[in-house]
Design a protein around this ligand. Structure first.
Ligand code: ZN
Length: 212
């Protein structure tokens, strides 16, 4: 049968090259790849919801130390200071750069927290089987927020500053930086573990093994 006669929900398009294909039925642990470019279309993973919940909770636990524990201890000519992400935002605000402070706050603290809370509520709505329509809405919000949370960019900024400062001052890295890197890695892991295909399916009511 040619593809244009199939109902839409039996078709899948490749994100990378737009190739249209018939949706393969996957067993647990299998992956579907594009026939043309080899891109992973979707995977059918075990325990998607439970695993993602564990990662979200771990990320939320790291969120506070990552933002409120010192990223570095700085010592210039006998003056020492300890800087956290939060004091960085306050420092920018106090030195008259309110706009920059707002952007740094949103990209490094506000949006990452909102993203994690959206993910938590989406997963809870699937796990507890309540309020899936809100879950669907929040999952859409999450996909919009993804473009705005820029922890990676922020981390690069910190690293560049550290390399430049290393010659000028004696500095040591703080526990906050370790938590920040941990938070970043957890979020990347979460992106991979929280298979969007299975989450969308679970939210839209076809409960196809989201809890497997
Ligand atoms: Zn492709």
């Amino acid at each position: 049968m040619s593809l244009d006669k199939l109902p839409l929900d039996e078709l899948v398009a490749c994100h990378e090259c737009d190739q249209l294909m018939r949706k393969p039925a996957l067993a647990l642990g299998e992956k579907a790849q594009c026939v043309r470019c080899g891109y992973e279309l979707y995977a059918h993973r075990h325990n998607v919801v439970q695993r993602s919940l564990a990662l979200v909770v771990a990320a939320l636990l790291l969120y506070i130390p990552a933002n409120f524990l010192p990223i570095m201890h700085l010592n210039i000519l006998g003056q020492s200071s300890q800087d956290t992400v939060w004091t960085g935002v306050l420092g920018l605000y106090d030195s008259g750069m309110q706009g920059v402070a707002a952007v740094v706050f949103l990209c490094s603290m506000g949006i990452p927290l909102l993203k994690l809370l959206c993910q938590l509520l989406v997963l809870l709505s699937i796990q507890l089987n309540v309020g899936r329509s809100y879950g669907l809405l929040l999952y859409r919000v999450y996909h919009h927020l993804r473009d705005w949370g820029m922890l990676e960019v922020y981390l690069m900024g910190v690293l560049v500053a550290l390399v430049k400062l290393a010659d000028l001052a004696s500095l040591s890295l703080g526990l906050g930086l370790a938590c920040f890197v941990g938070l970043l890695l957890l979020q990347i892991w979460l992106e991979v573990a929280m298979s969007p295909h299975q989450i969308w399916q679970a939210l839209s009511g076809e409960n196809v093994h989201a809890g497997d």
